[in-house]
Design a protein around this ligand. Structure first.
Ligand code: NAP
Ligand code: GDD
Length: 344
C-alpha cells in the first residue's frame, strides 16, 4: 500500500470519482474537494461505493485563500486539478466565468503549491480541445500546434502553459494530461455520448420518440474514463514531469456513436437527408429516432479530433482497451439498469 495522500479538486465529477477509486485501491488517503452546493453532489461517489472513504472538504476555485488552506490541511503528496467549467458549449455563454475557474483557478492552485509546499506533485486536466482544427496526419501529439476554438479551450490552454511555466521557472513537478474525450456511465448527461445513451433508454421505455442533436459530422477520439485515470496517476509517478497525450488513436463521428448505442438495444438506424434535415430512422419501423436541432450547433466547433498516444504508451506503459461500440453498449446497459431500478 502506498501510504500517500492525494487531493482531488472536482471530486464530484466523472474523473474525480474514477480517480478516487483508483487511488483508494492503491492505498492512498484521498481528500476530495468540491464547491458548495445547495444539494448533495456526491451521487457519482455513491454509485462507485466510495463516498464514505473520501475525506471531503470545500474548495471553490475562484477563491485563492481556500485553495491555500486546503493544501495546508491535507498535506498532500499529489494534487489532481479536475475542477472546471468543463462543458464547451456553455463556455460560449459564460466565457469570463469559464476563464476564471479553468484558467485562473489552476494558477491559484499553482501559486498556493509554490508558497505552501513546492514539493507537491501537480496534475493538470488539459484537453485535446486545445488543438482545435489543427489536423495532424498521424494523430495529434504533444508537439502538435494549439489552435483553440472555444472560450473553454482558450482557458485550458492558459492553464496548460502555466503548468509548463511553473515546471520551468520553479522546477516544480507539474504535469499535464492532454486527454481526448473519455466517457462512461458517470458522464454528465449534457455531453453527447451520455445524452445519446440516456435518450436510447428513454425511447426504448416509451418515454420519448427521438433525440435532438446538433453537429452529427463531428468526430471525436472517445475512450473509457476508468482507463484514462490510470494514465494520470502514472504521470505523477515519473521522476521527471511532462505533458502526455492520452487517447485511443481512433475517431468516430457522432452519427457512428448513435449507431453503436442503438445497436446495443437491437435497433439498426438508417440515415436520410442532409444538414438540418438529416434524420436517423429505425430500419424496422421507419420511426425517426435522431433529428437535428440547430440550437445545439456551436458558434465554432472542432470537426475532427484524433490523438496519438505513442508517448504515453512508451513512457507510462499505458494502453487503451475498450472500443467505442463496447463503450456505447456499457453506457446504454447501465442507463437501462438505472431506469429499471428507478435511479434515473
Ligand atoms: P465534470 O464531470 O464536468 O467535473 C467537473 C468538476 O469540477 C465537478 O466536480 C464540478 O463540481 C467542479 N467544478 C466546477 N466549477 C467549479 C468551481 N468553480 N470550483 C470548484 N469546483 C468546480 O468533468 P470531468 O469529465 O470529470 O473532467 C475532469 C477535468 O478534465 C475537467 O477539468 C475537464 O475540463 C477535463 N477534461 C475532461 C475530458 C473528458 O473527456 N471528460 C477531456 C479532457 C479534459 P460540481 O459537481 O459542483 O459541478
Ligand atoms: N453536447 C452535445 N450535445 N454535443 C453535440 C450535440 C448535442 O446535442 N450534437 C452534436 N454534438 C457534437 C458537439 O458539437 C461536439 O462536436 C461533439 O458532439 C462532442 O461534444 P461533447 O460531448 O459536448 O464534448 P466536447 O468534445 O465538446 O468536450 C468534451 O471533451 C473535451 C476533450 O476533447 C468535454 O469533456 C471537455 O471538457 C473536454 O475537454
Amino acid at each position: 500500500m502506498s501510504g500517500k495522500r492525494a487531493l482531488i479538486t472536482g471530486i464530484t465529477g466523472q474523473d474525480g470519482a474514477y480517480l478516487a477509486r483508483h487511488l483508494l485501491e492503491l492505498g492512498y488517503t484521498v481528500f476530495g474537494a468540491s464547491r458548495r452546493s445547495s444539494g448533495d453532489s456526491t451521487g457519482r461517489l455513491k454509485e462507485l461505493g466510495i463516498a464514505d472513504d473520501i475525506r471531503a472538504l470545500k474548495v471553490e476555485m475562484c477563491e485563492y485563500s481556500n485553495i491555500r488552506r486546503a493544501l495546508i490541511e491535507c498535506e498532500p503528496d499529489e494534487v489532481y486539478n479536475f475542477a472546471a467549467q468543463s462543458f464547451v458549449a456553455e463556455s460560449f455563454a459564460q466565457p469570463l466565468y469559464t476563464s476564471d475557474v479553468n484558467g485562473l483557478g489552476a494558477t491559484r492552485l499553482l501559486e498556493s503549491v509554490r508558497e505552501v509546499a513546492p514539493h507537491i506533485r501537480v496534475y493538470q486536466a488539459s484537453t485535446s480541445e486545445m488543438f482545435g482544427n489543427s489536423g495532424a496526419r498521424g494523430g495529434l501529439d504533444e508537439s502538435s500546434p494549439f489552435r483553440p476554438m472555444s472560450p473553454y479551450a482558450v482557458s485550458k490552454l492558459y492553464s496548460h502553459q502555466m503548468i509548463g511555466l511553473y515546471r520551468e521557472a520553479y522546477g516544480m513537478h507539474c504535469s499535464s494530461g492532454i486527454l481526448f474525450n473519455h466517457e462512461s456511465p458517470l458522464r454528465g448527461v449534457e455531453f453527447i455520448t451520455r445524452k445519446i445513451s440516456d435518450g436510447v433508454v428513454a425511447i426504448q421505455r416509451g418515454h420519448r420518440d427521438r433525440i435532438m442533436l446538433g453537429n452529427l459530422n463531428a468526430e471525436r477520439d472517445w475512450g473509457a474514463a476508468p482507463e484514462y485515470v490510470v494514465a494520470m496517476h502514472a504521470m505523477l509517478q515519473k521522476d521527471t514531469p511532462g505533458d502526455y497525450v492520452v487517447a485511443t488513436g481512433i475517431s468516430h463521428s457522432v452519427r457512428d456513436f448513435a449507431n453503436f448505442a442503438f445497436q446495443a438495444v437491437g435497433v439498426q438506424l438508417e440515415w436520410y437527408g442532409e444538414g438540418v434535415d438529416e434524420v436517423g430512422v429505425d430500419s424496422a419501423n421507419g420511426a425517426i429516432r435522431i433529428a437535428v436541432d440547430p440550437k445545439y450547433f456551436r458558434p465554432a466547433d472542432i470537426e475532427r479530433l484524433r490523438g496519438n498516444p505513442a508517448r504515453a504508451r512508451a513512457e507510462l506503459g499505458w494502453q487503451p482497451k475498450m472500443t467505442v461500440p463496447e463503450l456505447a453498449a456499457w453506457m446504454v446497459e447501465t442507463d437501462m439498469r438505472r431506469a429499471e431500478v428507478g435511479t434515473i
